[in-house]
Ligand binder design. Sequence first.
Ligand SMILES: [Zn+2]
Length: 276
Amino acid sequence: IGARLSVLSQSELYKAIRHHHKNDTRKNTHRAVKQALDTIEATSGSRPPPSQLWLALKKRKHKTLTQKWCAFNWKALHQAHKVGEYWLHTRMKDSRMPCTECNAPAESLEHILLECRVSHQELVWDLVKSQWELTGREWPCINMGLILGISAIQIRDPDGKVNHALTRLFQILVSESCYLIWCLRCEWRIGREANPMRRHTVSEVTARWQSAINKRLRMDWKLTSRAIYKKKALPQRLVARTWQLIAPNLQYINEKRIEGVLVGMGIERRPPGRNR
Ligand SMILES: [Zn+2]
């Protein structure tokens, strides 16, 4: 807003502010998309056009990402979550902008998902990593670009070919885990009024994570039903290959022998790790 305030009428002033905000939003989105594409290029070896990010979130190929995740991811790319600096120009700035527990001046989405000491992000990422290691692949460094661009990330085999099953598993694990961290944060900060006595416990978070991943596995399996989904049914082979490495009991899923946990058995015997 370059013009001198005194010479602007009220409506001109509003127009200028609105324009300024619009430009800000566009710049933020541009920055988030670039961050995602940079990480995709570094991880997958090729840089998709920005349109592919939006298209992937809209099309949800093979139903790998949930509708809820895609809405979250879309909002995150637009920096539209009401966290951190969103509160900068409001009266709630002092109470809502910072993460007081961590002494962070702004509780950004990145802070919540990757840095916060109270969102349980560290525990959740430990759980994912422990499952991913069953695939024999290295767990990559998770950063905000990877989260924002998860819809277009590709995991490749040593011969350079895209491994569709592992790509799918990675996308499911990362998106479900992020979404859980986000939900835990909102439950505690809003639902439980950030009461330190009412933080989620380690066993509670572990159970929630297992349940989220197992729910996805069961949903995936249901979606292979040709009787129900006809031509839209997911290829059974793809779903089996997605999960076989981390859910060795997968073959029992059609029998009623296993009602409970398929992914993450044995986690509860593992002490929660401190190092990622
Ligand atoms: Zn924090």
